[in-house]
Design a protein around this ligand. Structure first.
Ligand SMILES: [Zn+2]
Length: 152
């Protein structure tokens, strides 16, 4: 049986995709080649399986998840500290800014990799192509009915 891209997507269980491709920041197809070139720049292709990664982009997708994650982790201790000790504002900047920056930088890579892996796994690109084809069909149908006029 020929080895196709579609087969490869379903070979690894979801937990392996989450761990290898998301948390470990590896290729969404094979889970072996590194995903990034630099800090958060996605490689043009996978070194291991050759998957074209140039179209893979999570855009601003990780930002809301990152905001919620950092907020959930930092807000409770910050509120507890505020209401218990009523410190001056510079205490908060001194205490919470470093963990916010470290958490943001530390979680951005795996979150972006996880979103790219999920887009690949659940065929987000194919959905866009299907939607675009559907739109093209509608435009052609609309043009045909407009050409035919009201009498047709
Ligand atoms: Zn790969």
């Amino acid at each position: 049986m020929p080895y196709t891209v579609k087969d490869q997507r379903e070979q690894r269980p979801l937990w392996a995709v989450i761990w290898q491709s998301g948390i470990m920041c590896r290729c969404p197809r094979c889970g072996k080649g590194p995903l990034y070139q630099g800090i958060v720049k996605v490689r043009s292709s996978c070194d291991h399986c050759g998957l074209d990664l140039s179209q893979e982009d999570a855009g601003d997708g990780p930002a809301p998840f990152l905001t919620m994650l950092v907020g959930v982790l930092i807000l409770p201790p910050a509120l507890w500290y505020e209401f218990t000790f009523e410190p001056p504002i510079w205490h908060h900047a001194f205490l919470w800014l470093p963990p916010i920056v470290l958490l943001t930088i530390g979680a951005l890579r795996p979150l972006k990799a996880l979103l790219i892996a999920m887009q690949y796994r659940f065929k987000a690109g194919e959905a866009e192509e299907t939607f675009a084809e559907h739109l093209d069909d509608d435009e052609q149908d609309g043009a045909a009915s407009r050409d035919a006029g009201p009498d047709a």
